[in-house]
Design a protein around this ligand. Structure first.
Ligand code: S3P
Length: 171
């Protein structure tokens, strides 16, 4: 049994890389945000708007915990905040778990996120310079949790395929 768990800030490429790794290893792919949306029958944005972030974090924790405690093998892409709440980071060190932090620089994250803030409830209020300031601080606050991962892969100027190949050499 193996659980490969990708963590990292919004826009770090978790979803694309997890998909390639799951295909190559022929293991089930779990996209935590998508599973929450299916469970709640609402988009992440709607959940944040109608029920609030605390409700979202509770759902996220319960689902993450149930997968991490299961005996299934999978490749999972988490949400950017998953390891930072409710002691979820403790699961990153579990037996049979390979946790991978996809680490991108602030400039790279901004490049990827600046056109997508509307779909991201935590970023939608920030424009240009403000966005960079928020992301830099937010990333700093979360960094301790992201660094709990077994492996750290720097992602700047790499394609999702390059990163997936690096992951496959590690597992
Ligand atoms: C969040 C990241 C999002 C999603 C939610 C909260 C965060 O996932 O879970 O909007 O706290 O960083 P992605 O990292 O897949 O965008």
């Amino acid at each position: 049994m193996v659980k490969i768990v990708f963590i990292g800030y919004m826009g770090s490429g978790k979803t694309s890389v997890a998909k390639i790794v799951a295909e190559k290893l022929q293991i089930k792919l779990l996209e935590l945000d998508q599973i929450i949306e299916e469970n709640e029958k609402a988009s992440i944005t709607n959940i944040f708007e109608s029920k609030g972030e605390v409700y979202f974090r509770k759902k996220e924790h319960l689902l993450f915990k149930s997968f991490m405690e299961s005996s299934e093998s999978f490749v999972m892409s988490t949400g950017g905040g998953t390891p930072c709440y409710a002691d979820n980071h403790l699961f990153l060190k579990g037996e049979n778990v390979v946790s991978v932090y996809l680490k991108a620089s602030i400039d790279e994250l901004i490049k990827r996120l600046k056109e997508e803030t509307a779909q991201r409830p935590l970023l939608r209020q920030y424009k240009d310079g403000e966005l960079k300031e928020f992301v830099a601080k937010h990333l700093f606050d979360r960094s301790h949790f992201y660094h709990q991962a077994h492996k750290i892969i720097m992602t700047d100027s790499k394609t999702p395929e390059d990163i997936a190949d690096e992951v496959l050499r590690l597992v």
